[in-house]
Design a binder for this molecule. Structure first.
Ligand SMILES: Cc1ncc(COP(=O)(O)O)c(C=O)c1O
Length: 313
């Protein structure tokens, strides 16, 4: 879906017109992928709108920057306030929010220290990321996720998404909606932009972060909700073949939200219908995100924009 532009983008502490948010082709980030970013959703509420887990996302941005030794000149509080400001100035909700910190125009050598750090925050309307009635058809990718000590998987850095693009393109070329990547040891890692969950015999499994997975905020939300709903949740290394004998499989992610998976490599997951546990967790997730159930974990930051429509399961 083409980007739906809005009037303003937050740039280094002020709002600038969307068209002015451009960078020079010789910027460090263009050549070496030197940026870290976030993806956040703002949901419709019965009255107004609210950003889902804003401080956690902005803390992850700061963490990604720290891993890459990028010193951002903004505090967590300032970054959170900037997100609220740009959403309210644009008056667009529900929306997706894309903060990005990048190495700009300075020097062309690989060492990034001579290039300035610029921070931008955009927000725009964005609907479903993975579509498909009754669940997505996915494959196991021939591409592995990054090996430990190569590209840091815990940093949400643009460069990691070259690997994600290979996974996603291969899946689409072969008629699937998304790919699941294994880690360098052949154990389940994650989707190109999602964490993976498996349900078998009533137990919910997800790979630990050490299997080269991003520390997903939705992953954390689902782990919390599942435990509160009384399910047993296990974070452990998972072999590929568990995907073929699982009762339920689903993705989590800010873009994908809670996304049921119908088949893996053309093998039906369970009976091919959305599983009971997946549905319970998705319902709980969307009820809280959309303000239909109490925000008992303190996950919502209100913004003063009347939402146009509700994003649901
Ligand atoms: C590679 C990858 N894994 C997992 C996720 C899910 O993370 P989150 O739930 O924080 O969006 C994302 C999306 O940001 C991602 O790009």
């Amino acid at each position: 879906m083409p980007i739906q532009k809005t009037p303003n983008i937050w740039f280094n502490g002020k709002l600038i017109p969307w068209e002015s948010a451009t960078i020079h082709v010789m910027s460090h980030v263009i050549h070496y992928g030197s940026s870290v970013f976030e993806g956040i959703r703002c949901y419709a509420q019965p009255h107004g709108s609210a950003v889902f887990r804003l401080p956690e996302h902005m803390q992850r941005l700061l963490d990604s920057a720290k891993i890459y030794r990028m010193e951002l000149p903004y505090s967590l509080e300032e970054l959170c306030a900037a997100v609220v400001d740009v959403i309210e100035a644009n008056g667009v909700a529900p929306c997706y929010i894309r903060p990005i910190a990048l190495r700009g125009y300075g020097e062309i050598g690989v060492s990034p220290h001579g290039s300035p750090i610029d921070v931008y925050i955009a927000n725009f309307a964005w609907g479903k990321y993975i579509t498909g009635q009754g669940g997505a058809d996915v494959c196991v990718s021939s591409w592995n996720r990054m090996a430990p000590n190569t590209m840091p998987a815990l940093a949400k850095a643009a460069s990691n998404y070259m690997n994600s693009q290979l996974i996603r393109m291969e899946a689409e070329t072969n008629g699937y909606q998304e790919g699941i990547a294994l880690d360098v040891n052949g154990l389940i890692s994650e989707g190109s932009g999602e964490n993976v969950f498996i349900v078998r015999n009533g137990v919910i499994y997800t790979p630990p972060l050490a299997n080269s997975a991003l520390s997903g905020i939705t992953r954390d939300s689902v782990l919390t909700l599942a435990r509160h709903l009384g399910f047993t949740v296990v974070e452990q290394a998972l072999p590929r073949e568990l995907l073929y004998i699982a009762d339920e499989v689903f993705f989590t992610g800010t873009a994908a939200e809670v996304q049921p998976i119908r088949s893996v490599d053309r093998v039906l997951v369970g009976d091919g219908k959305v599983g009971e546990i997946t549905k319970k967790i998705a319902d709980e997730f969307f009820s809280i995100a959309n303000g239909l159930k109490s925000d008992r974990f303190g996950w919502l930051t209100p913004v003063k924009v009347n939402a146009a429509e509700t994003v649901t399961a």
